[in-house]
Ligand binder design. Sequence first.
Ligand code: GLU
Length: 442
Amino acid sequence: MTRVRFAPSPTGLLHVGNARIALANYLFARGRGGSFLLRLDDTDRERSKPEFEQAITQDLRWLGLEWTETLRQSDRLDRYAAAAETLKRAGRLYPCFETEEELRAKRAMRLRRHLPPVYDRAMLRLTAEQLASAQAGGKRPYWRFRLSDATLAWDDLVLGRREVKLPAMSDPVMIRADGTPLYTLTSVVDDLDTGITHVIRGEDHVSNTGVQIDILTALGGAAGRIGFGHLPLLVDSDGGKLSKRLEALSLRGLRQDGMEAQAIVAYLARLGTSDDPVPLPLDELAAGFDLGHVSHAAARFDMRQLLGLNRKILHALPFAAVADRLPAGATEAFWLAVRGNLDLLGEARGWWEVVAGTIVPPVIEGEAGFLHIARDLLPEEPWDGEVWTVWTAALRDRTGRKGRALFHPLRLALTGEETGPELRTLLPLMGRARAVQRLAGG
Ligand code: GLU
């Protein structure tokens, strides 16, 4: 039975990069009839915040990524302490006392001697007396995991055969001096305890995977028990790093801008593959989801493509699907008139101002006379769907204008915009009084 997890730290808002990992896990599990767990990596007490945890669950629900169980690492400190004891007994966790400065100096020295700047394991050679005297002096140790000297290899679900040479790495710190465990350990303990079958995460975790397989076997797990898949990182559409812009690409922000969850999901589900994104329900996306299709190269996150997909989805959405997100009072007729012109639902607000609020029309050089005639010819209410045709025909007859010369000043005066939904539908929505006022220059 496939069991996967999405494991964000509640130290910030989820962005599209996180969402892509969550979605990959969700679709992978769903395609195999497995389960998808949410694990909150909240051992960093200072940076973890309940409001971020809440935002994470909200955002995942918004995307439609339902999970079956929630795990909070802060609830499992006993488990980590027990695992640490096991590792200590096996001689795999050892106490260290060096300060940051000492470690920095050592690294610099090794570099000068053209040695790789890995930790020299000096603390492994500490005698019992030295250890006792350090502790008697009130020093509390932090604990490192003694890596084996293996080269660990696995068949990555995305990247193919991968290996990590452990001797080229420093023994990682697993327990801080204040006793709190670190992610590298807690993640393995949780993955083992919760029967995770596949770990799917970002490529930045590849070397962690080598270390974590080593820890997993030290804790008695079988090395091949968990499958690993690493998704290449996201880059900007011009190939630059996306990491700096990710904050701006939070799911919350996109939702507030009026991006559809379905567009994000459809886009991210195919990102990094050569398959075209299609707005499908999650079960259909899951059926077509294959980690083996994901390119080994970084994936380009292209906002224009996402917007294009969003536009396509919006243009087909019925009023009922958006009614509660439109400005108060917005009607079905309004929605049908404007939906074809939106990239983001949030833009509907501007059009609602055009039909039901006040706008300040721009001064249109040299057109005051024409607009004056237009105002005089505007039919009296009640109006029907033909008012635009009737009005502009009369105006054409009177002024001899046609095409752009006829329509463009009207559009600018009535909407304040160069382009937009058909005036044939907008005009009846805005009503005569509003139109008259705008034709008179506000
Ligand atoms: N909390 C870790 C992160 O957000 C989880 C990584 C993992 O999936 O193991 O990077």
